[in-house]
Write a protein that binds this ligand. Structure first.
Ligand code: GDP
Ligand code: MG
Length: 614
């Protein structure tokens, strides 16, 4: 299950008749189609194959005027029957459809030569030769060619057999760990039921009752009832033809090309980086050429913004931006078809390399060289390309890769194993970038130590700002570095201790001794590197500008004040001054310091213990 057969070929060559002969279903459902005997829009049927089970069929119009509708259907096809009438042989739309299938990378093509009841042996021989010429030197060179007649029934069983064999060999599209993406091709209202859409589920799955969202408009609804080929289903999987009844949605709110997905899975974009394979007949393509884009079941307008040049020739592939006139859902690796805006000539096929590209100077040769790396890049290579030798939050990277979390993780795991990336918290670093940042940190800290031998280290926040790394990532980074030690709010080299020369050591001793001698009436001290070092080490405490207490004095003062207040209740300044045997000059700043650190609290003229307060 989950595979789709399609038709292709020139108008009137017998596509619709073939589907009718194989399935009994007339896919020409519009009254205008029946009247004119001409397929205008996509038609839908299904066939029961022995090995493959029930498979959806999309019948397309062959008339060039309705190529737009053909393009809306061809995107989801796995196997295409290219129908060529024996009485007319290869015609313009035969060639055009064939080219479109090739450009979109349709996996399998079966050539059906129809209407053999209308020609003689010799004509059949000639037509077969022309068909051989058509497929020669293309990926479909070995495609089976089956001659048949829908009128006599000759060859029909062979068509069914070949189809079954081809379809059964196609790999299932993944449904697990995939985003849900259903390309809507029809929307209609049914009496008593409401709005119903149909489309091909390109990836993921949908369950009955599940919340879904219609993109781009963003309408939220749920899958009230699901059918596949007129049979009610609880769950549908990738590759299946699906009809869904959508409550709360009106027909006018939905259009062909809209996508059904689940909230938060897919984001819209209006600028793509693409690789284009032009059809040779196009001739030179100029910058800003206006184009029609056929992606999924949608048609969109946009312009080519060339990279590295103002003009490209159509004889080889080229990379370009594709700037859309509206936001659309487009994914990396999606293939699409381009036509000229007017006249609507086929321009070529395209492949999305990046759905959220970031390039500024598009005419520089470097820009071109850079993006060329994305051609044939694996998912891992693409991730590294997006990282661009730097670091990014994992979630940003996952969104740009447009992958579901589980799949993104498995790509990261491979890159982690081979050492190309390192993950710190939620941040993904290219290993080179991380090494460079670490080296930079060590150099900066080392330079700082050399310049400031008395200082314990470099201010952490300053270093972080200079490197422009998010706070928690920076902490993780520092803690992963054995060369670096973080103490409080500064960073130092692990083996570094402040270097005191002999004179400074002596001064340190003198200062500490003097502060100890006069604990509550200390000598005035000017702030310098040594003082800052002593404060940093916690040996002395800054009370105010030029006033420092020995650590023991602060402790002793706190002890005395606590005991006194506990005994006598809140105290005034002069009582505390007497308690510490000091003067107003010292006691006022000291009490203000104690208020600041929430040891004491001021109540009018009195001081109470902060802890008693709460
Ligand atoms: N004699 C003959 N006529 C056919 C055959 N298949 C289709 N036709 C006729 O060719 C015309 C076009 O067929 P249709 O299936 O609508 O072509 P489509 O435009 O490719 O879908 C119709 O009048 C069919 O009856 C066939 O195998 N033999
Ligand atoms: Mg038809």
């Amino acid at each position: 299950m989950g595979k789709i057969i399609g038709t292709a070929g020139h108008v009137d060559h017998g596509k619709t008749e073939l589907i009718k002969a194989l399935t009994g279903i007339d896919t020409d459902r519009l009254s205008e189609e029946k009247e004119r005997g001409l397929t205008i829009d996509l038609g839908f049927a299904y066939i029961d194959l022995e090995k493959s089970g029930r498979i959806g069929i999309i019948d397309v119009p062959g008339h060039e005027r309705f190529l737009k509708n053909m393009l809306a259907g061809v995107g989801g096809m796995d196997v295409v029957i290219l129908v060529i009438a024996a009485n007319e042989s290869v015609m313009p739309q035969t060639k055009e459809h064939f080219q479109i299938m090739r450009l979109l990378g349709v996996k399998d093509v079966i050539i059906g030569i129809s209407k053999i009841d209308t020609v003689d042996e010799e004509t059949r021989f000639i037509v077969k030769e022309e068909v051989q010429d058509l497929i020669h030197n293309t990926p479909y060179e070995d495609s089976p060619i089956v001659e048949f007649s829908s009128v006599t029934g000759e060859g029909l069983s062979q068509i069914t057999e070949v189809l079954d064999e081809r379809v059964s060999k196609i790999r299932e599209r993944g449904s697990k760990n995939q985003f849900t993406r259903l390309a809507i091709d029809r929307c209609f209202e049914l009496k008593g039921i409401g709005t119903v859409i149909t489309g091909t589920l390109l990836s993921g799955s949908i369950e009955e009752g599940e919340e879904i969202v219609i993109l781009p408009p963003g309408h939220k609804t749920k899958a009230r009832q699901i059918q596949e080929h007129n049979v009610r289903k609880n769950k549908v999987l990738a590759g299946e033809r699906v009809a869904i009844n959508l409550p709360g949605i009106e027909k006018r709110m939905v259009e062909r090309g809209n996508i059904i997905s689940k909230e938060g899975q897919l984001s819209q974009t209006d600028r793509l980086l693409v690789l284009i394979e032009p059809v040779k007949e196009t001739g030179d393509i100029k910058d800003l050429t206006r184009v029609r884009i056929y992606l999924g079941s949608g048609e969109y307008l946009g312009r080519l913004e060339l990279i590295g040049k103002r003009k490209v020739s159509s004889d080889k592939k080229f990379i370009s931006f594709l700037v859309l006139e509206e936001k659309i859902i487009a994914l990396r690796k999606d293939k699409f078809i381009l036509r000229m805006y007017s006249p609507m000539k086929l321009l070529g096929g395209g492949l999305i390399l990046d759905a959220f590209p970031k390039i500024k100077r598009r005419f520089s040769q470097d820009a071109l060289k850079e993006v060329e790396k994305l051609i044939d890049a694996s998912d891992g290579d693409t991730l590294l390309f997006y990282l661009h030798g730097s670091h990014l939050p994992g979630e940003n990277l996952r969104k740009r890769m447009q992958l579901p979390p589980a799949e993104f993780k498995s790509i990261c795991d491979i890159l982690l194993k081979d050492g190309s990336i390192v993950i710190l918290g939620d941040e993904i670093f290219s290993s080179n970038a991380l090494e460079a940042i670490k080296k930079d940190i060590i150099e900066r800290v080392d330079r700082f130590h050399k310049k400031n031998p008395l200082k314990k280290g470099l201010d952490k926040e300053g270093l972080r700002t200079a490197l422009d790394i998010e706070r928690n990532i920076f902490d993780l980074l520092l803690s992963s570095m054995v060369e670096i030690k973080v103490e409080k709010n500064y960073v130092k080299l692990s083996h570094f201790t402040p270097q005191f020369d002999e004179e400074t050591s002596k001064r340190k001793k003198r200062i500490l001794a003097s502060l100890k001698k006069n604990p509550f009436k200390p000598d005035k001290l000017e702030e310098d590197d040594l003082i800052r070092n002593l404060v940093g080490e916690g040996e002395i405490v800054k009370i105010k500008e030029n006033m420092y207490f020995h650590r023991d004095a602060v402790e002793q003062g706190e002890k005395l004040i606590r005991e006194a207040i506990e005994k006598r209740g809140p105290l005034g300044v002069s009582e505390i001054k007497d308690l510490l045997k000091t003067t107003r000059k010292y006691i006022i700043p000291f009490l203000e310091y104690l208020d600041r650190i929430k040891f004491t609290v001021r109540k009018g003229d009195l001081r109470d213990l902060w802890e008693r307060e709460i």
